[in-house]
Design a protein. Structure first.
Length: 410
């Protein structure tokens, strides 16, 4: 290590610590709101309309339509031998009423009271609302699930997608972001302990940088469009139905459109960097000392071109990216060799893994930008300060200089 006296301390970056504290406060509010939303008991399916018996108002078409709709819904809950899927006889046609009609109006009742009423229903109502059974018939149509009439497991899938995964994803992303903000507020930015040397070394060539930016940009767009699809109803609907519809349409197409460059970039990344990211004994020492991130001591654990933390991010990107690509292709072209049950699990897995990868890459972006002084230049112009290289990748720098590639004035 260069025989110098450290001139920059992480705690000297006061503006970064203040920014981290503000970000932590905002994230704490968002995370608290999300946790309250999980346990506030408001996740109820509330009726939008209700029907009442009323005097005729002259709009017989609307009143008869409401009556027919209610009759159709009642038939769906009736005995199967009378209602289908292949009833032996037609249901009797209800006779017209001349004194009263069913009219539709907005539901204005108390959802909690309505739920309690359902829970304390009489025996006949409970029999009608009993747990449905899986019903599979016979079909000559040449695609899976054509013969599937009823699938109670769909309720579990809906609960997983609409409740468990959305809440879990929000907690993971907000919670990890809060942790990073707290680290920045308390620890400060990781400095170049000896300051800039004004001499640089080449870290990444043009192909590596271009592929990194293509892959990362594609992932960011995939993440944002996926978040719109998952959380748009909660986050975007307050700005208007038109905004939600426009962003939803753009996100639906954009999510599929940016999949090819992400897949190509990931493949090139595997070809370029896999051999440098294979585990070694140095990684254990690096992990045991926390990579030197929690101290301003310039004597960090030695590492080659990629340290253990970067290797973990690389393998998360490779393995997680392959899983996301495979599951995404199956969701784009469903039912080719798999049934509805498997597709449901693939969708749940795709959504869960996406939230984990988003959290991981938030950490990666943090370290490469505000979290560490000098790190962003590695992927910006490919040149890093020699002191930065010596403090964080000492063995790689020695190999570089041993091959006759000295530092240049920067």
């Amino acid at each position: 290590m260069t025989d110098q006296t450290p001139i920059v301390r992480g705690r000297d970056f006061k503006e970064y610590r203040i920014g981290g504290a503000i970000a932590a406060l905002l994230l704490l509010v968002a995370l608290t709101w999300q946790i309250i939303a999980i346990f506030d008991g408001q996740s109820l399916t509330v009726p939008e309309t209700q029907w009442r018996l009323s005097q005729p108002d002259g709009n017989y078409a609307r009143e008869r339509l409401a009556y027919d709709a209610l009759t159709a819904r009642t038939r769906l809950m009736d005995e199967r031998f009378r209602t289908g899927p292949a009833p032996s006889e037609e249901a009797p046609v209800p006779g017209p009423r001349t004194d009263h009609f069913l009219t539709e109006e907005p539901f204005v009742g108390d959802p909690q009271s309505l739920t309690q009423t359902w829970l304390t229903a009489d025996a006949r109502s409970l029999e009608t609302a009993r747990q449905s059974e899986r019903v599979v018939g016979i079909s000559s149509l040449p695609y899976p699930n054509a013969a599937l009439f009823e699938r109670p497991e769909g309720r579990d899938w809906r609960f997983g997608m609409a409740d468990t995964i959305t809440h879990l994803g929000a907690v993971i992303i907000l919670g990890f972001s809060l942790l990073l903000a707290l680290v920045l507020a308390v620890r400060g930015r990781v400095p170049i302990a000896y300051g800039r040397s004004r001499r640089t070394v080449k870290r990444f060539n043009f192909l590596e940088r271009a592929n990194h930016w293509m892959t990362s940009t594609s992932f960011i767009v995939l993440a944002l469009t996926g978040l719109v699809i998952a959380y748009g109803d909660t986050l975007i609907r307050p700005f208007g139905e038109g905004v939600l519809g426009s962003l939803g349409r753009i996100s639906t197409w954009g999510h599929a459109l940016f999949f090819p460059p992400f897949a190509v970039g990931l493949l090139i990344m595997i070809l370029l960097w896999t051999w440098r990211n294979l585990p070694s004994r140095l990684d254990l020492h690096w992990l045991a000392s926390g990579g030197g991130f929690f101290s301003d001591d310039p004597d960090n654990p030695p590492a080659r071109k990629f340290n253990a933390g970067q290797k973990l991010v690389f393998w998360a990107a490779v393995l997680g990216g392959i899983a996301m690509i495979a599951s995404g292709v199956m969701l784009m072209f469903p039912f080719f060799g798999v049934d509805l049950e498997i597709i449901g699990w693939i969708m749940l897995g795709h959504a869960t893994l996406a939230t984990v990868l988003i959290a991981i890459f938030i950490g990666h972006i943090y370290i490469g930008t505000v979290g560490m002084q000098g790190a962003i230049w590695a992927m910006w112009d490919g040149e890093v300060d020699r002191n930065w290289a010596e403090e964080h990748h000492e063995l790689w720098l020695k190999d570089l200089e041993a091959r006759g590639d000295p530092a240049r004035d920067g």
